[in-house]
Design a protein around this ligand. Structure first.
Ligand SMILES: C[S@@+](CC[C@H](N)C(=O)[O-])C[C@H]1O[C@@H](n2cnc3c(N)ncnc32)[C@H](O)[C@@H]1O
Length: 236
């Protein structure tokens, strides 16, 4: 099942070369790239970098913070935090190609000393207990059936008092998921929790749930704005 998730995301081919090609086509100078130049491809969640910064605001970060990003994808959220707070972020992701591309993209924008990426599974984190001051996970648990193990692992690697932010698509009242969706082409790798189940899972893992925010409306607006931009750009 884990392989099915990684192959859903991996695609095939050399990811960082493909990203470099599209950046050059968009007129970007590769020797002067910024994290903002990457933001349309490397923040792989609804509301992109804006959402990352909102979430990071709950983590009490400063330059001494060591942060874990669980399911770090191409590393955009990790770089955003490292650049904004001058902290150190470690990303871990099941898709090896994403970890390799995340490392390359970080070098392009001069952040290699403040981020690093490991290939691994959120339900078996390869880190010692109490290694991180804070942790985040953005749009990842939708692919993970064993959320109890995922959150227990997050709790284990956090220092006492460490904060954890979770930003995920949850099962609402609108009925069954209609496939394909960005995280799955079919149901076998899609595991949405309801808001109530998510809160219980986090409490059971030893977290005190300090705040719950439903961003459905902002997310819907973000999709509408994106659709409007796309139809504008396709207009003859
Ligand atoms: C929609 S992407 C989000 C990436 C990143 N968090 C972001 O917001 O840009 C979901 C990511 O979760 C990763 N993932 C899924 N299941 C995982 C697991 N069991 N352990 C670690 N990463 C996982 C995938 O490989 C993919 O990179």
């Amino acid at each position: 099942m884990m392989d099915a998730v990684a192959s859903h995301y991996a695609g095939g081919g050399d990811l960082s070369s493909a990203i470099a090609d599209s950046l050059r086509k968009a007129g970007k100078a590769m020797d002067r790239l910024t994290t903002a130049d990457l933001a349309t491809v490397d923040e792989f969640h609804i509301r992109g970098r804006k959402a990352t910064l909102e979430l990071a605001g709950h983590l009490n970060l400063d330059a001494s913070s060591r942060v874990l990003d669980i399911g770090s994808g191409l590393g955009g959220p990790a770089r955003t935090l490292a650049e904004t707070f001058d902290c150190h972020v470690t990303g871990i992701d099941l898709t090896r190609e994403f970890c390799e591309a995340a490392t390359t993209l970080s070098a392009w924008v001069g952040l290699s000393d403040r981020v690093d990426f490991r290939h691994g599974d959120a339900t078996r984190l390869p880190f010692d207990d109490a290694s991180f001051d804070a942790a985040m996970t953005l749009h990842v648990a939708m692919n993970i059936a064993a959320k109890d193990r995922m959150y227990a692992e997050a709790r284990r690697v956090l220092k006492p008092g460490g904060r954890f932010v979770v930003y995920d698509v949850l099962q609402g009242e609108g009925g069954e998921v209609l496939y394909p969706v960005p995280w799955a082409r079919e149901p076998s790798i899609s595991h949405l929790a309801t808001p109530a189940a998510m809160s219980s899972l986090l409490s059971d893992a030893g977290f005190r749930v300090a705040k719950v925010e439903d961003s459905t409306e902002q997310c819907q607006r973000w999709f509408e704005e994106m659709a409007a931009r796309m139809s504008e750009s396709h207009r003859p």
